[in-house]
Design a binder for this molecule. Sequence first.
Ligand code: CO8
Length: 272
Amino acid sequence: MAEFKNLILDVEDEIAVLQIARPKALNALNSETLDELMVALTEIEARDDVKVLILTGGAIYNKKIEADDPFRSFVAGADISEMHGFTAAEARAFGIRASKPFFKLQNMRQVTIAAVNGFALGGGCEIAMACDIRIASENATFGQPEVGLGIIPGFGGTQRLARLVGMGRAKELIFTCDVIKAEEAYRIGLVNHVVAKEELMPTAKEMAKKIISKGSYAVSVAKAAINEGFDMDIQNAVELEANLFGVVNSTHDKTEGMGAFLEKREAKLTDF
Ligand code: CO8
């Protein structure tokens, strides 16, 4: 396994927990962290012993108000001190560099869950949106403050936010830079669940375990069907689904899953 300066990776019970841990900048994403993320996600995707990835913001914060609060920040955005001196070409290159780990989160075969603690601003909201599912602690806050900095969301925010919450709400959030609380994020469909701080990781792990108990291959094919079909016209999307439905019908899990139902016993699903 690679060594990381700004990430902490733990794998246990087929669940990888990847913490962004750059506390001096509230986990802001700089180039180094984005590159590390790409390395970590590539390694995780190649591991047969990982079925679900939980992405979270971690480490202990030695800061003013909430000293030593590990829930203070998920990711407070892209690193403003790095972006400040960018030329247009450098800014574009930075966006393309970030798109690699973001697309990896979106499309990797394992399910990705963002466990969002504290600030999820700008690039922080965007990286959470690149995950399949978002669970927020009740102190989490979300926003896209970019236009207030004279830029626009550049890690997919103009696209993924509109797809998740609808164009009207996405435009309001992006144009006003409003920072919303977890409950409001839940109300508009930006997050799937809101839980107490202490329940954040247990809830994410509980959901991961539930997903792992299903046929992992079928889950990954369902993920691909949803992702790839989403931007297609309905005719082609349903045809894609039919093709993938054919693929999963030749698996051990299909024989076992349906056989177990017919024999009125518990299915023993694997991952093929
Ligand atoms: N970048 C760099 N450093 C940061 C960032 C950031 N996004 N956020 C916080 N920090 C640093 C602060 O500078 C500070 O460092 P220091 O102690 O050395 O001064 C440290 O983290 C702690 O921050 P604060 O003292 O400000 O803590 P507060 O509790 O007072 O405030 C906030 C916390 C509200 C989160 C505040 O830090 C803040 O507003 N941060 C910036 C939030 C923001 O605007 N995020 C969006 C950034 S732009 C973006 O994400 C664009 C993504 C797309 C880029 C595409 C490029 C192609």
